[in-house]
Design a protein around this ligand. Structure first.
Ligand SMILES: Cc1cc2nc3c(=O)[nH]c(=O)nc-3n(C[C@H](O)[C@H](O)[C@H](O)COP(=O)(O)O)c2cc1C
Ligand SMILES: Nc1ncnc2c1ncn2[C@@H]1O[C@H](COP(=O)(O)OP(=O)(O)O)[C@@H](O)[C@H]1O
Length: 308
């Protein structure tokens, strides 16, 4: 922090759900960081939890592209000085645009500039937009910068691509591979017998998991608080299976990853991320275990070619 930051105590605030922190979000956040640096102010990214849509449209829960933890990590990685999570309560949902801006931007962060995407809406029944924000900026003495949107890049579009198994398309829009995270749990202990031990990842509810199928990607160990630090930060090319393993009966839907050329890992209880680079095929029922093993060998070869 430079002296200006401490001196004025005012900040450049960017507000959004930012689920996915995709290429469009990044333009907005990078603009806020740039303005803050130019003016020697503190930059703050304000995000919401739970997802506002859960309250606005009860019964719907958008599948999450990023956990709150990951969102914070990505936002911090873009250079914002502070990430602040505002609890999205029914009371906040009913707040007028004026009260919302006053409580979030003015009182909490002493905003000198508010940076948002040009489609930003806020306040009760989404009645506030960028024009409303500018009017409130005049009233409360802050500037507004509305960043032009990137065409076709939205969290909804990315969720739809993932639901269709198009991880390559999602990667393009996100600007990095989509990942899911969770703790490695026990499966049916069949993987080792097949010759391909797989880390079964327990993802939080409402995670955006790509369509059932087989993918090439990576398995990475992510250190988090309160869990044993295992293979901290290590990352391996991986062949990934998503689905109910139809060759076997009664398997719930799982995300599992085989780290190529390793059979020595002990990952139970570790927090890991599985990243999806390319889709290889659908998840199918094989007539024999031998046929399944032969196919997994082919998948591993394909993964090696793609991931290198
Ligand atoms: C690359 C790869 C591809 C897979 N493809 C299929 C498949 O098409 N059909 C299927 O029933 N299971 C498939 N599996 C899942 C295996 O059946 C599963 O990993 C094995 O049963 C081990 O499960 P476990 O972790 O519960 O022990 C695949 C696994 C991997 C690693
Ligand atoms: N190359 C590897 N990729 C993933 N997990 C591995 C690997 N080598 C060893 N393991 C360990 O083996 C476990 C998976 O073995 P597996 O027989 O499939 O058991 P489970 O059915 O419990 O998943 C993983 O959770 C991990 O601890």
């Amino acid at each position: 922090m430079g002296p200006g930051v401490q001196g004025s105590g005012r900040s450049v605030v960017t507000i959004g759900v930012f689920d996915g922190v995709h290429r469009g979000h990044r333009r907005v956040i990078e603009r806020a960081v740039a303005i803050a640096r130019e003016r020697g102010l503190r930059s703050v990214a304000v995000t919401f939890e739970p997802h506002p849509e859960e309250l606005v449209r009860p019964g719907t829960r958008p599948h999450r592209l990023t956990s709150l933890r990951r969102r914070g990590e990505l936002l911090a990685g873009l250079g914002v000085d502070e990430v602040d999570v505002v609890e999205f309560t029914p009371a906040l949902q009913r707040t007028s645009p004026d009260d919302f801006v006053q409580s979030v931007a003015v009182e909490r962060f002493r905003a000198a500039v508010v940076v948002v995407g040009e489609d930003f809406v806020f306040g009760h029944k989404a009645s506030g937009d960028v024009q409303t924000l500018r009017t409130l900026g005049d009233k409360y003495d802050f500037e507004v910068e509305a960043v032009r949107l990137l065409e076709h890049v939205s969290s909804t579009a990315i969720r739809e691509q993932l639901a269709a198994g198009d991880v390559e398309g999602a990667r393009e829009r996100l600007g990095r591979p989509h990942r899911v995270e969770g703790v490695v749990v026990r499966g049916y202990q069949r993987g080792r017998q097949l010759g391909f031990p797989t880390a079964n990842v327990e993802t939080p509810p409402h995670t955006a998991i790509p369509a059932d199928g087989v993918y090439a990607g990576w398995l990475e160990c992510v250190p988090v608080a309160n869990l044993p630090a295992l293979y901290e930060g290590e990352r391996w090319p991986a062949a990934i299976s998503v689905g109910t393993n139809p060759t076997f009966e009664g398997v719930p839907r799982t995300v599992e990853a085989y780290a190529l050329d390793r059979d020595d890992l002990e990952l139970y209880g570790a927090h890991v991320a599985v990243e999806f680079a390319a889709r290889l095929r659908g998840n199918t029922r094989f007539e024999s275990i031998e046929a399944l093993i032969a196919q997994i060998h082919a998948d591993v070869d394909a993964t090696r070619r793609i991931i290198g």
